[in-house]
Design a protein around this ligand. Structure first.
Ligand SMILES: [Zn+2]
Length: 287
């Protein structure tokens, strides 16, 4: 059964660790993440962007796949199915389809409009026991085609949104989506500290977890980050392992073209990435 991300994130914040949100793209991705979380006895959040939602033939298909897999694979750790960077309309569709968590990314609206729409979703998700993530200050890099410059959120705006009753809050602290450029300035711990002081117990979310050095991740967790989003790193690992398989000519030998063989190294590579992140975030044995 899918659960809201609320309880797992409150426990994470209190216990000074973070729960990973790993974005899914297909069956292999989902299976790799669920099996690894189970092996490590860790809570987990499966992230779905609106683009990935379309790719996987709609939110209902995804709910069916994930719920079926939880049952079929005997997954007993807490699993939240979460819309990543949702629009207002997208969030409503996911709630309707059976997601247990949604993000409303109103960061591109003026703060007043972000507040109005977030308030409405606090009411709707509250009635259904679904967790809600809000975002203040856009996160740099590419979010499903939307390019934003890495910026730092205003701690006062963070407090305004947190006070609306959202479950968790994503705030830009110099992090970006995708690969980090060589001249990246690093995370702004000063901003993170100021946000945590204003928002108190609110679990904070760090987007763009790919390629942030381990020491920065640990410091961010110390300063109140309880959910870390990982997407690109699993994609890179999958692509590299698949490339290696094909470049070695394995698809041309025997039945190496069988998709169950062809996609296996990539799936294993995702598992290795997820395992590494769960260890770094400290959520192993916290299920
Ligand atoms: Zn993000």
């Amino acid at each position: 059964m899918l659960v809201s991300a609320k309880e797992m994130l409150i426990k994470a914040k209190e216990g000074h660790y973070a729960v990973g949100q790993f974005n899914i793209n297909n069956l292999e991705w989902t299976k790799a993440i669920l099996l690894t979380a189970q092996e490590m006895n860790s809570p987990v959040i499966l992230g779905v962007s609106e683009g990935a939602g379309k790719y996987m033939c709609g939110y209902k298909t995804i709910v069916g796949m994930v719920e079926g897999m939880i049952e079929g694979l005997g997954i007993t750790v807490p699993v939240a199915l979460h819309l990543d960077h949702g629009s207002y309309e997208g969030a409503l569709k996911c709630i309707e389809a059976g997601f247990s968590s949604v993000m409303f990314d109103g960061s591109h609206y003026p703060i007043e409009e972000n507040i109005e729409k977030t308030k409405e979703l606090v009411r709707i998700t509250g009635e259904k026991g679904i967790s809600l993530e809000a975002e203040v200050g856009s996160i740099g890099g590419e979010e499903d085609g939307v390019i934003g410059a890495g910026e730092c959120a205003d701690p006062d705006e963070c407090k305004m949104i947190a006070d609306l009753g959202v479950t968790m809050l994503a705030a830009g602290i110099g992090n970006i989506h995708g690969k980090y450029p060589a001249n990246w300035a690093g995370l702004s711990f000063e901003t993170l500290d100021a946000i945590q002081q204003k928002t108190g117990a609110m679990p904070l979310v760090l987007h763009g977890g790919t390629g942030i050095p381990a020491e920065m991740i640990k410091k961010a967790i110390d300063l109140g980050v309880s959910k870390i989003n990982v997407n690109t790193e699993c994609q890179l690992a999958f692509a590299a392992a698949t490339r290696e398989y094909i470049e070695a000519g394995k698809d041309l030998s025997g039945k190496g073209f069988d998709p169950r063989k062809l996609l296996a190294p990539g799936t294993e590579a995702i598992k290795a990435t997820v395992r590494e992140k769960i260890e770094l975030f400290g959520s192993a044995n916290k299920a």
